[in-house]
Design a protein. Structure first.
Length: 310
């Protein structure tokens, strides 16, 4: 198959490219904002993905588009409307790409969304059938993109597959997992030794395997899938697992989560505390039942690969 991958130099996209190449997929068109040094395939540098990006030279003759590129963090607090920044890339950029893909005859569009579309916390595992409840601007932009993709699908017949991963971890992971790794590597004492929440994660290799399954699996057409390892951990268990994989001591102080939440709220860090202390579980049975998919590696192996040199 002739496959277009956006975000090919990013955390997910670069691993996806490597895995496809290792499995013999040579006809790849790779889209990135910077020059790709190692990945094979036809390469295009696209400095900005928005509603005006011209994809004419990229899409014709291709069978599938895997859209991993996204704006994940708007850090400039001086912006009067940060949602506008998210929409430019994550909504208008996605729908412009999808519209041009459909016009070019692309058969399937695989969109990497976010579990944040379902919500930030839960008391029972999220499923694909749950009513969306995005609580943050990034998740809201992903939800709006999903809604637009379904409209394009209805109008054009191009197949759409949406994958919503929770926190993705792996070597050199950005975001919250990267922060956890830095805390453990510095051997800092952390007041997180008595957290009894349950959180679903997805190892990068597991997410990539699910994406590849969705490229041409007949049953994946026009479906939403939640991604995960199939094994949930508390924040305390995750930090201990990271420490073991990194060969570091876990310096965790047992402080009740209620006290931590109270303190974080007083400091204006309630959202940060919710990610560490609250539960967020996903049910991956739809991918298992409909696609016959199983996460190929365990959490322990996924954490080991974060630090392994092989």
């Amino acid at each position: 198959m002739k496959i277009v991958i956006t975000g090919a130099s990013g955390f997910i996209g670069s691993s996806l490219c490597s895995s496809l190449l290792e499995n013999g997929s040579e006809d790849l068109t790779l889209i990135s904002r910077t020059t790709l040094q190692t990945a094979a395939g036809e390469r295009f540098i696209v400095p900005e993905i928005n509603g005006d990006t011209d994809w004419a030279n990229v899409l014709y003759g291709r069978h599938a588009v895997i859209h991993t590129a996204a704006l994940a963090h708007v850090m400039n607090d001086s912006l009067s409307d940060p949602m506008l920044e998210y929409r430019q890339t994550n909504v208008h950029g996605t729908l412009n790409l999808a519209s041009q893909a459909a016009a070019a005859g692309v058969k399937r569009f695989v969109f990497i969304s976010s579990i944040g579309v379902n919500g930030n916390t839960n008391f029972k595992p999220f499923t694909e059938a749950d009513t969306p409840n995005p609580a943050e601007l990034y998740a809201q932009s992903k939800f709006e993109a999903e809604e637009g993709l379904w409209e394009i699908q209805r109008e054009t017949g191009m197949e759409v597959v949406i994958i919503r991963p929770p926190l993705v971890y792996g070597r050199n992971a950005p975001g919250n997992f990267g922060k956890l790794v830095r805390w453990v590597n510095k051997e800092l004492p952390l007041p997180l030794g008595s957290i009894h929440n349950q959180r679903s994660l997805v190892a990068l290799d597991n997410l990539v395997d699910l994406i590849i399954t969705c490229i041409d699996h007949p049953a994946a057409a026009n479906q939403v899938f939640l991604a995960g390892d199939g094994q949930d951990l508390s924040t305390t268990e995750l930090l201990r697992g990271v420490a073991i994989a990194a060969g570091k001591p876990s310096r965790l102080i047992p402080i009740p989560s209620s006290l931590l939440m109270f303190g974080a709220t007083l400091l204006g860090k309630k959202a940060v505390a919710q990610r560490l202390l609250g539960s967020l579980q996903v049910d991956i049975s739809k991918a298992r039942d409909l696609l016959g998919w199983e996460p190929p590696i365990s959490v322990e192996e996924g954490l080991r690969r974060c630090f392994s040199k092989d």
